[in-house]
Design a protein around this ligand. Structure first.
Ligand code: ASP
Length: 344
């Protein structure tokens, strides 16, 4: 039987054209991509396309659109061997992270790609990225997909989606996964690192609810008490991302610790992530983090910011009991984090 791949086109630079000669780039329809990619005909695959009627710059991406995307995948899950999602690079890591939590127990490849230069430009990276993403989505071993998770295929690497962030606005290797090795190297050969690939024995059980009542506080030298007002009880968030220094440290300012305690005690779950892209939060390492641990603020370990915020939305959206929420946030749900409890 012919293998079937579904391409879902959401927008992004890959399909963009100039609004007028020399003008800003705007998203264009999928025909613009096909026109520049006669190679699509050469695959020994049946390729279908589901294109957004109004493709977007991924800066316009919203959680409702993640839900639409996930629904498209759920509805066509049994009909396709794999999926390729064409997406703008700006928020690709957020969407890939969100889908990794929403599509629990996935057994098929969901490969995100896009480009830094539009497909119509002579030096575009879009052609190679899209062709490689399709090849990866169709790769099999013993008739099963090699990739059974959400991944980003960009430049010379295939990376786990919820471990990835966009680190370059201009380079062709735009994404990095600082705390997890690439799933595959893209060169003359596609070299998969089989030992690193996600395998999930649980059944495919999508959980599409999201709670977006979430705040974000970044610690900086000179931070003042006003920064906390936004998160206090008259405007309560269900979740708060606390972006701290190094291994999860904050300055020892009494009003800050007290304010965070107040926010926590009012029912806001606080997740501590590091401003460093590499390494892990460990709230037991320094005194400047220990108080957070003692206050019940949760460690985000080595989560990327993108994975942290989407995991929080996912967990808060699907569970209402605070204890269950905390337990879920401390668990590795989709290969997104490494828990190092024994680190001292
Ligand atoms: N602004 C574009 C987007 O994210 C950038 C890109 O696709 O590379 O849609």
């Amino acid at each position: 039987m012919e293998k079937k791949i579904l391409i879902i086109y959401t927008g992004g630079t890959i399909g963009m054209t100039e609004e007028f000669p020399g003008g800003p780039l705007i998203p264009f329809d999928f025909y613009n991509i096909v026109q520049h990619l006669p190679e699509l005909q050469r695959f020994d695959l049946k390729i279908d396309v589901a294109a957004f009627p109004n493709p977007i710059d991924s800066s316009d991406m919203q959680p409702e659109i993640w839900q639409n995307l996930a629904e498209i995948i759920v509805q066509s899950y049994d009909d396709y061997f794999g999926f390729v999602i064409l997406h703008g690079t700006d928020t690709m890591a957020y969407t890939a992270s969100a889908l990794s939590f929403m599509l629990q127990g996935i057994k098929k490849p969901i490969i995100f790609t896009g480009s830094q230069l539009p497909i119509g430009k002579i030096r575009t990276d879009g052609k190679e990225n899209l062709i490689t993403a399709i090849e990866i989505a169709a790769s099999e071993f013993q008739q099963k997909p090699i990739i059974q998770e959400i991944a980003i295929c960009f430049g010379s690497k295939l990376l786990r989606g919820n471990r990835t962030y966009k680190h370059s606005a201009e380079g062709f290797d735009a994404f990095e996964s600082p705390n997890y090795f690439p799933l595959a190297e893209i060169g003359v050969h596609l070299q998969f690192h089989h030992g690193l690939l996600l395998r999930n024995d649980n059944p495919f059980q999508p959980q599409l609810k999201l709670n977006t009542n979430i705040g974000w506080l970044k610690i900086f030298p000179g931070i003042n008490p006003n920064s906390l007002n936004n998160f206090k009880s008259n405007h309560r968030y269900d979740g708060l991302i606390l972006e701290t220094y190094g291994n999860g440290n904050i300055p020892q300012l009494p009003w800050l610790i007290q304010g965070l305690n107040e926010i926590h005690d009012s029912g806001t779950i606080i997740l501590n992530i590091s401003q460093c892209t590499q390494g892990s939060v460990n709230q037991n390492l320094y005194k400047n983090a220990k108080e957070l641990e003692d206050s019940g603020i949760l460690s985000g370990w080595d989560l990327t910011a993108e994975a942290a915020v989407t995991k929080l939305m996912h967990v808060l959206g699907n569970h209402s009991d605070q204890k269950t929420r905390s337990i879920q946030l401390q668990e590795n749900l989709a290969g997104e984090m490494t828990i190092k409890r024994d680190l001292h």
